[in-house]
Design a protein around this ligand. Structure first.
Ligand code: PAF
Length: 255
């Protein structure tokens, strides 16, 4: 595995590459969800590139950014043993030579659901993903369906800007008790971790969105939204204190 901490070096190595390149963008703190995307990329492409970059522009709360888990040494080891070819770990100065004067903004769906509770979040995501796609120039890029709204917005951005990359959604990976894997799960206290799988259990209940919201509130979750859209039910909650951990999940209503 070649590790790049310079975007320029990555781009000059990338130029002569032949064959398909699969790309998995991450913010590190890797778990089985990330590993499933990487394995799929390794299977479907000649070369697989991964990026680790905790993108500050997509965090609406500085407390959230401060407690975002960082496990860079373990991440590198994992990526090496999985057989990843290229790893990019850029700095803020490299990613934002413009100091974020330029951005990619979607004007409708990005202010719904997660966007309604995380001001500017999707602008940060779309901007950094556009930058990463331009740097890496992959044939395929892999995104987890846990962040389903993110996946849809990236898919539509690629279409809107004629980017030559196939965006591939990959199924949510769950712990045996149903909790969707997320780097943020590392921040759950024992009691919050015990309660968290209820989210997946209840999201599949037959009641209305409003009934589910009431049920989750009764169980001690601070509910941001419950919404059914595109034959899927989406939920975002916060749980625990110090830190409060934000959990999201979604399920297809028609299998
Ligand atoms: O899903 C994530 O981990 C991030 O939003 C992404 C796509 C790596 C952009 O920072």
């Amino acid at each position: 595995m070649i590790v790049f901490d310079s975007i320029r070096d990555f781009m000059s190595t990338r130029v002569p590459l032949e064959g398909s390149l699969g790309f998995v963008p991450t913010m590190g703190a890797l778990h089985e969800g990330h590993r499933s995307l990487i394995r799929r990329s390794l299977k479907e492409n000649q070369i697989t590139a991964v990026s680790i970059y905790i993108n500050p522009t997509q965090f609406d709360r500085s407390e959230d950014l401060q407690v975002y888990p960082e496990t860079i040494l373990e991440d590198k080891e994992q990526l090496k043993s999985l057989g990843v070819d290229l790893l990019l770990i850029p700095t803020y100065e490299q990613m934002y030579p413009d100091t974020f004067r330029y951005e990619v903004r979607e004007k409708e769906f990005s202010s719904e659901m997660c966007g309604a509770y995380r001001s500017g979040h999707f602008t940060g995501v779309l901007t950094v993903v556009m930058k990463l796609l331009n740097i890496i120039r992959p044939s395929r890029a892999y995104f987890g369906e846990k962040d389903y709204q993110q996946y849809l917005l990236i898919r539509d951005m690629v279409e809107a800007f004629f980017l030559e990359v196939e965006i591939i959604p990959c199924p949510i990976v769950r712990d045996p008790d149903g909790l969707a894997l997320s780097s943020r799960n590392m921040n759950l206290s024992d009691s919050a971790r015990e309660k968290a799988p209820l989210l997946h259990k209840l999201i599949r209940s037959k009641g209305s969105d409003n009934e589910l919201k009431l049920e989750l509130t009764k169980e001690g979750f601070e509910v941001e939204y419950v919404q059914t859209k595109f034959d899927r039910r989406f939920v975002a909650v916060r749980i625990g204190t110090n830190p409060t951990v934000r959990l999201i999940d979604n399920v297809a209503l028609i299998e």
